[in-house]
Design a protein around this ligand. Structure first.
Ligand code: TXA
Ligand code: MG
Length: 303
């Protein structure tokens, strides 16, 4: 309670705060504060061409932020909100500035499934823009400590460890066809089931924020597909290398992914070797995890 009031005060003073969500922690500012939004980019050292996601606490608020809200939006919001789905919709220029969307005509909207995040947005009375609370290109934070470590001087609402662990699925529309731009734990199958429509997946960038390298810890990550023919790595490679077998359960793998990067990154290993099976690599529910892992990895032994 006290945390929320202090955070609201900070937001009203045009500051940024650390915000817990079910995916990863966000670095939030009030969407009506130009100074606050500018501070997000400055604090993260994020280039202005990478647009921010706007977090809302009600569907009503989402409708106000967008120009078009159709039946598909209703279906998606009813099924997945609050939850890890970001909807890209044409923006309402009166509420959503070009600074937030990097000049794009669309805005990313999401209702986080976290009690404290929803309480904060509701009490503030305005949506908050929030990218993940990490320095640009670095590993996203899944606990309040991770955020405090990166940004010691900002106020962080401690909402515990994130239950999902990787960022939301980003979904937009092209001529009414649903398109996933960033895979996450809500899969294309989940969306197809909800809308009764085919979904396209385009992991290639429509926004420049989707860079090839992202989420990287300091220690290089090596990705390794394990098959019956897999040979052991040559001994000169394995000295001081740490191995992590990706958990078989996708929800658990996602929840642990970034915290594992961080934990192993602190131990002065020469490399982090992450192994997985072909079944995992091809499974729909692992798509978001491999999207992050591929961007975080320096070497991919599967290729
Ligand atoms: O789970 C999440 O989505 C987390 C939590 C904090 O909500 N947020 C997050 O934000 O991952 P960020 O800024 O780290 O990643 C947002 C991505 C960026 O790659 C950006 O390019 C893309 O969303 N994005 C934002 N607005 C967009 C738009 N209008 N069109 C296309 N892509 C957009
Ligand atoms: Mg991010």
């Amino acid at each position: 309670m006290e945390q929320i009031n202090l955070a609201i005060q900070a937001l009203k003073n045009n500051d940024v705060i650390g915000l817990p969500t079910e995916t990863v922690y966000g670095l939030a500012a009030d969407i009506t504060s130009e100074e606050g939004i500018n501070k997000i980019f400055a604090t993260k050292e994020r280039p202005f061409f990478d647009p921010l996601i706007v977090h809302i606490s009600s569907t009503q608020q989402a409708k106000k932020c967008s120009r078009i809200w159709n039946e598909d939006c209703d279906q998606l919001a009813n099924t997945f909100w609050p939850g890890p789905l970001t909807l890209i919709l044409p923006k309402n220029n009166d509420l959503i500035s070009d600074l937030i969307t990097s000049g794009l005509d669309t805005v990313g909207l999401r209702m986080p499934q976290h009690k404290l995040a929803l309480e904060l947005i509701e009490k503030l009375g305005n949506p908050v823009a929030a990218p993940s609370a990490n320095k640009f290109k670095k590993t996203s934070p899944t606990s309040a400590e991770h955020v405090k470590k990166a940004f010691p001087s900002i106020l962080v609402i401690d909402g515990g460890d994130c239950s999902i662990g990787i960022e939301s699925t980003i979904l937009g529309f092209e001529n009414d066809i649903p398109v996933i731009y960033r895979p996450g734990m809500i899969t294309s199958k989940d969306i197809e089931k909800c809308l009764q429509k085919r979904v396209l997946i385009k992991e290639s960038p429509i926004a420049p924020g989707h860079l090839k390298h992202h989420y990287m810890p300091e220690t290089p990550i090596i990705m390794g597909l394990v098959t019956s023919q897999t040979k052991e790595l040559p001994p000169q490679l394995t000295s001081n290398l740490v191995k992590w077998e990706l958990p078989k359960d996708a929800a658990l793998a996602a929840r642990n992914l970034y915290s594992k990067f961080r934990e192993l990154d602190q131990k002065q290993y020469s490399a982090i070797y992450i192994t997985f099976t072909k079944e995992q690599f091809e499974a729909e529910e692992f798509r978001g995890i491999f999207n992050r892992l591929t961007k975080a990895a320096s070497f991919d032994l599967t290729k």
